[in-house]
Design a protein around this ligand. Sequence first.
Ligand code: IMP
Length: 430
Amino acid sequence: MASLVIIGAQWGDEGKGKVVDLLAQRARMVVRYQGGNNAGHTLVVEGQKTILHLVPSGILQADTRNVIAQGVVVDPAVLVRELDALAARGLHVGPEQLVISARAAVIMPYHCAIDAGRESRLGAGRIGTTGRGIGPAYEDVAARRAVRVGDLLDRARLDARLDRVLDERNATLTWLGSEPIAREAMVTELLRLGERLRPLVTDAECLVRDAVEADVDVLFEGAQGVLLDVLHGTFPYVTSSHTVSGAVATSVGVPPWRVDHVLGIVKAYTSRVGEGPFPTELTDALGDRLREVGQEFGSTTGRPRRCGWLDLAALRYAHRINGFTGLAVTKLDVLSGLETLKVCVGYRVDGRVVDALPADEGVLARAEPVYAELPGWQGDLSAVESLEALPREARGYLDFIERELGVPVALVGVGPGRRQTLELRDPWTD
Ligand code: IMP
C-alpha cells in the first residue's frame, strides 16, 4: 500500500491525465491538490474522449474516490458543468465518487474579469494566462479574503466574505476599464451553484489523512508543471500555485514522509503555452511538425503550443526539486520518422557550461542550449506493446534519458489510448 504523486516535469501538458487514469486503476483515492480549471486533462477511454478541468482523472474508475483538496481554486460554474457532462455519459457522481474541500477557494467572476483585464493592459508583456482567474483567486487566499467553497452553502457567511473583498475588487475592475460585478445577481448564482455542490462538500483533507494513515493506495494528481511553479518556475511566466511534489504536504495537509513515490511525467519533447523562456523551442517547420503530429493545442484554451526538443537540463533542475522516483515518458510515438534527434544536456552561459536550468531569469535569458544528437527511428510505434518491440534507437533514447537523470523510466506512452502505454516498472513499488 502506498501513496504516489504525479508531477508534470516540464511546462505542463505532458500527458498526465492519461497516466493518472492508468494508475487510478489501482488507487482507491485520487486527489487534486493545486491549480484550477487552467488545467485540462484529456482522457481517451474506449475511443471516447473526455476533457476534465477540475474533476480528478480517477472519476472514470468504478471504485475510486476522488478529492478536490483545499489547495485547488474552484470555479463552481465550471465544476457543475463538468458534473453535468459526466452525468450525461451515464456516470453517477455522488460523495462516494467525489468530495470537494469546504476550504478550497472559489474562483469568483471578478477574478476572471481581473485576469482578462490585466492581460490586455500588459499587452506585449502579458503572461499568457489561461484567463480563468487563477492568479487573482490565489491572491485572495494569500490576502485572507477569499470566498471558500463552504461559504457558498450559507448566505450570511458569503455576505460576510464579500464585505471584505468585493468593493476593492470592483475598484480594480473600474481601474482596468472593465465593468464592476453586480453583487446581488452574483450571490444568487453562487448560492444556486452551492446547492448543487452541497452533497459533495466536506472536510476533504480529513478523509485524505484517514486514507494515508490507513495505508490505502492514494494518488495525488498534480496539474501544470514544475517550471510553472510560482516559486521554482520561470517567474513571472508561471501559474500562481505550487506545482512541485512538496505541495502535496502543504496543500492537502499530510506529512511529507507520507508521500512514498514521485512519478515525473516527461513528454518525449517539450512544449509550452503562454509567454516566457523556452530555450529549446523550435520556431521552424520541425516545431510545426511536432505540434501537428503531437496535436499540441491547449485542451483548456485551444491555443497552439510552442514545441521544441527535449530539455534534460531543465529536467535535471525539476528532478532536484521534486525527487522523482520514476519517470513516465509520454508521446514517444510523436518523434517517429525524424533522422536525428537533439536533446539539450546543458546550457552555455557567459562562456561556461552549466548542466541544469538556471533559476535566475537574467541568466536564463542568456543561456544557449548545448545539444547531444541521437539517431532517430522510423515506423509507427502506436501498436508496440513491449520495450523489446521498440526500435533500437527509441530504446536508446529512453536509456539516454534514464542515464542523464539517474531516474528509472517506469512507463512509456506510444499513443493517446489507455492501452498504448508500456509498463516497464511499477511506479507504486519501484
Ligand atoms: P494561469 O495559470 O492561467 O494564471 O496561467 C499562467 C501560465 O501558466 C500561462 O503561461 C499558462 O499558459 C500556463 N498554464 C496554466 N495552466 C496550464 C496547464 O494546465 N498546462 C500548460 N500551461 C498552463
